[in-house]
Design a protein around this ligand. Structure first.
Ligand SMILES: Cc1cc2nc3c(=O)[nH]c(=O)nc-3n(C[C@H](O)[C@H](O)[C@H](O)COP(=O)(O)OP(=O)(O)OC[C@H]3O[C@@H](n4cnc5c(N)ncnc54)[C@H](O)[C@@H]3O)c2cc1C
Ligand code: SF4
Length: 333
């Protein structure tokens, strides 16, 4: 690990001022990802600006939505009674990730911006376009069992690892940003980038821009939302495939639906093709099968992760069938 300076920011504005003043600064949330990367010398910031004094509040907004401060811990968010009743998929997604100790440290801002778990990215003796643009990608012909089948390029096929982000993408959350040029908001679906030719550019954040909050819009059907995660071990493992879902029925017609996938995309993957096939159609097994086919038609697996296509198909079918059944019952998920 290289030597670095440390500053604690009192608030977002001070954090940005410090970042603008310092050379090669990085914001520090819980440090559960960034510090690991610094130990491996993948990240070498000269200054760390601790942003854990940003808001830790979860605040009600009109209509039943919530604003979540960027420094709220994953544990506090998953344990909030309003989150558990209005957005249960978010609580489930968070609790399916990492360990209790890590969730106690990890923050909302840091979770969204955690970096991929591709083993080559962490190993500085290997070639990785994300770590070193233009170097090549050793995962292509190496070990890529955990890699993405959606949004890939010949430069990079690493998955985005966050479970929480998948739930937030399904909820159409908005990210509140603050930077040297002022405040702005971004749909969370626009926050992360596909790798294309530049896998090192992972988000739409501008230099020194800071996540200050995440906004959950009110959404009645989210009270029956689900998160299902398939992985190699029952705990402490990243997703092979995960599905965040919710459905609103009008009789036996699918009035509205939200679907997002984890473990399969280079960014948290909104399954828009499947949603388009489902909306306005009868709530039948045939409709589900057509929707899943439409989404998976865009999959571009590598030899070592082709199994994810079938795994995603089965997980999506199981999850959507459960969602429809819960929507018919009208009860809690
Ligand atoms: C063993 C292990 C298992 C794990 N399993 C899972 C899992 O199954 N599912 C899952 O989703 N995650 C998992 N994680 C990852 C964990 O959830 C993340 O490490 C954590 O959420 C990151 O949050 P943090 O606050 O510690 O971020 P940090 O490590 O502090 O920061 C991460 C990045 O975000 C930036 N950053 C932090 N806050 C802000 C902000 N407010 N604005 C702008 N930039 C900011 C930092 O500069 C850094 O680049 C696992 C981690 C470990 C170590
Ligand atoms: S898949 Fe992406 S992160 Fe992994 S080695 Fe290739 S370029 Fe690097």
């Amino acid at each position: 690990m290289n030597a670095f300076d440390y500053h604690q920011a009192a608030d977002g504005t001070q954090a940005i001022e410090q970042a603008v003043r310092c050379q090669q600064a990085k914001y520090l949330g819980g440090g559960t990802n960034l510090v690991d990367l610094m130990r491996e010398t993948v990240e070498r910031p000269q200054t760390l600006i601790d942003v854990t004094r940003l808001s830790r509040d979860i605040t009600d907004i009109d209509g039943g939505g919530l604003i979540i401060g960027a420094a709220v811990t994953n544990a506090a968010l998953a344990g909030d009674a309003r989150v558990r009743s209005r957005y249960p998929l978010l609580a489930r997604a968070i609790l399916s990730g990492a360990s209790a100790q890590i969730r106690n440290m990890a923050t909302v801002g840091g979770n969204l911006l955690q970096r991929t778990r591709c083993a080559y990215f962490y190993d500085t003796a290997t070639r990785c376009n994300k770590r070193e643009p233009g170097a090549g990608c050793d995962a292509l012909e190496g070990f890529h069992r955990y890699h993405a089948i959606f949004g890939t390029s010949s430069s990079c096929s690493a998955t985005h690892p966050s479970d929480m982000a998948v739930a937030l993408v399904a909820l159409d959350a908005r990210v509140h940003l603050r930077g040297p040029a002022g405040d702005r908001q971004l749909a969370i679906t626009e926050l992360h980038r596909e790798p294309g030719e530049r896998p090192d550019l992972e988000t739409e954040l501008q230099p020194e821009e800071l996540i200050v909050a995440v906004e959950l819009p009110p959404l009645a059907m989210a009270a029956r939302s689900q998160y299902r995660k398939v992985r190699d071990r029952a705990s402490y493992a990243f997703a092979l495939v995960s599905v965040a879902s919710m459905v609103e029925l009008d009789g036996e017609t699918i009035q509205d639906v939200r679907l997002a996938l984890g473990g399969v995309g280079t960014k948290p993957w909104r399954a828009s093709r499947a949603e388009a096939v489902l909306r306005g159609q009868p709530a039948t097994a045939a409709t589900i099968a057509a929707a899943v086919d439409a989404e998976l038609a865009a999959a571009r697996p590598l030899p070592g992760n082709a199994f994810k296509v079938e795994l995603a198909r089965r997980t999506l079918i199981a999850e959507l069938s459960q969602c429809l059944s819960d929507a018919r019952d009208g009860g809690d998920a």
